[in-house]
Design a protein around this ligand. Sequence first.
Ligand SMILES: Cc1ncc(COP(=O)(O)O)c(C=O)c1O
Length: 398
Amino acid sequence: MPFSTAEIDAFRKETPACQEVIHFNNAGAALQPLNVQKVVNDHLALEYRLGGYEAAAIRAEQSAGFYPIFARLLNAKPSEIAFASSATDAYNRALSAIPFQEGDLILTTENDYVSNQIAFLQIQKRHGAKLKIAPESEVGGVDIERMQELIRTLHPKLVAVTHMPTSNGLIQDVYAIGKTCQAENITYLVDACQTAGQVPLDVQAMGCDFLSATCRKFLRGPRGTGFLFVSERIIKKGWAPQYLDLHSALWTAYDKFEPQLDARRFELWERNHAMVQGASAAADYALSVGLDRVAEYTQQIAASLREQLSELPQIQITDQGKKLGAIVTFHIPEQDPQVLLQQLRAASIHGSISWGDYARYDMGRKAVPWVLRWSPHYYNTIEEVEKATKKIFKIICC
Ligand SMILES: Cc1ncc(COP(=O)(O)O)c(C=O)c1O
């Protein structure tokens, strides 16, 4: 069911910054709702009053609430959730647990995130693993049938897919790929950094072994928070990240240690408890808003943004794919993107730039050196779309 005007108004009231800015930078870091701000501020106040360890002890139950709420968000078990300080932190912990050997194959896509691509190249260099990039389809996005065929014939050690890239509105069909990985018993790692909080996520239906994300983007949580889903299959295999600490493992004898028997083996002890509680409040808020409805609304508002922007011939929309989400990217030849971004910021319109070397395959194929990224959320309105579009037209045309 679409959101009513009254519901959107309520979301905006619970996000006071909406009165002052047009925030189209949810793919960077979203505006946090009041409940998140309150939980974070309350815990910080307690820390200032009592000290960090004492505050953590008093609010231990609230901090522990992270696991069940993220399990609900993903249709997982609390024991399959690990806290991380960022999406990359979560992703690298997962990668470090996979015992790569010479000749092992990593199968990925052209639209996988830049830091993931760098990590694959490191694994190639360090362990002698091989890297295969699956071909793209005509419409954009990985060719699912070819990818499935590659999984069946090459039997990679790891299939790694980014659900939604950082610089393209594309949403990849991670569910179809997961079915083949499950059937072939292949380790499957999904980067859901841009889709967490934007669309519903179901790790059971996806059949993934690992799923990583941050909480600061569409989930609307605080910076410095992220999570990793680790399936029970991985724990049963005995895989653990390369380095453990006193929280992720127990020192059981002078010469022995035992990794924890759940996803905690993917965590470290230290964390910012205020932010952990803020992240849980954000996940709770997202679930109460309803992710099916968020996906429907944000896809519509992003489609309007693309339609309105494309009315100006100078603007080249660069999103490509069968299914598009709430990231809108465009290139404007002969404009300086930094100057443009500053002019928009001065008008309280927030967006960001993605550079060509963040997405070498994708932007290389599109032959653009940069794109401007506008990423609306459910607290944005069609009036904001019109206002922002008018402003950018004015900047470009005068
Ligand atoms: C698709 C994708 N994956 C991973 C990341 C990395 O997230 P973090 O900065 O939290 O490590 C980003 C950040 O923009 C992203 O867009």
